[in-house]
Ligand binder design. Structure first.
Ligand SMILES: O=P(O)(O)OC[C@H]1O[C@H](OP(=O)(O)OP(=O)(O)O)[C@H](O)[C@@H]1O
Ligand SMILES: [Mg+2]
Length: 182
């Protein structure tokens, strides 16, 4: 059914599972004994974060923050807004931000600066996808799963107009989908 809307698959379900396991185990080794605060950025990070933390056999805490710069648009507005803040004080904590994608870099630039301002002890980023050609601000990630080309992608947390987040793989939509949803 949903597959009919997809022009091509860029990262399969199996590739995501394999990479998530690898990343989770690597991060767990790096954070052993640190009790990191793992922060998921709503809503896109949910599927990846749920799988990632289950590969991390260490003590950790989870919290969530909702920031938005896209709304229903395909291109970032440039202005990042806090929709829901953390429940946890980040001062003195080792922070790991979990994202589904880094594209323009604006969301993560804003969050890293915010957590540093709030006196986090360290701030690192893990993202399932990196789209380096989308970058408009300088931003590097510490851990990433797959590099994607400069196309609008959906699935595994990534939406088009709030749909397709629940696809178990990463793909590109057929052009007629954009016309029909306008
Ligand atoms: O690097 P950037 O250009 O800032 O883009 C990446 C951000 O955009 C998406 O979130 P969005 O704001 O669409 O919210 P959502 O996760 O609820 O879809 C994605 O989940 C990242 O948080
Ligand atoms: Mg979105």
């Amino acid at each position: 059914m949903l597959e009919r809307d997809i022009e091509k698959v860029l990262v399969t379900k199996e590739q995501i599972q394999e990479k998530t396991k690898e990343l989770g185990q690597q991060i767990a080794r790096d954070y052993e004994g640190k009790n990191p605060l793992v922060i998921g950025i709503l809503k896109g990070a949910i599927p990846f974060m749920a799988d990632l933390v289950r590969e991390m056999d260490i003590h950790l805490e989870m919290d969530f923050m909702d920031v938005s710069s896209y709304g229903e648009a395909l291109v970032s507005s440039g202005e990042v807004k806090i929709v829901k803040d953390l429940d946890t004080n980040v001062a003195g904590r080792d922070i790991l931000i979990v994202e589904d994608i880094i594209d323009s870099g604006r969301t993560l630039r804003y969050l890293v600066d915010l957590f540093k301002y709030r006196q986090a002890k360290s701030v690192k980023i893990v993202t399932l996808l990196d789209k380096p050609e989308g970058r408009v601000v300088d931003m590097d990630v510490d851990y990433f799963g797959y590099i994607v080309p400069n196309e609008f992608v959906v699935g595994f947390g990534l939406d088009y107009k709030e749909d397709y987040r629940h696809l178990p793989y990463i793909g590109v939509l057929k052009p007629e989908i954009y016309e029909s949803k306008d």
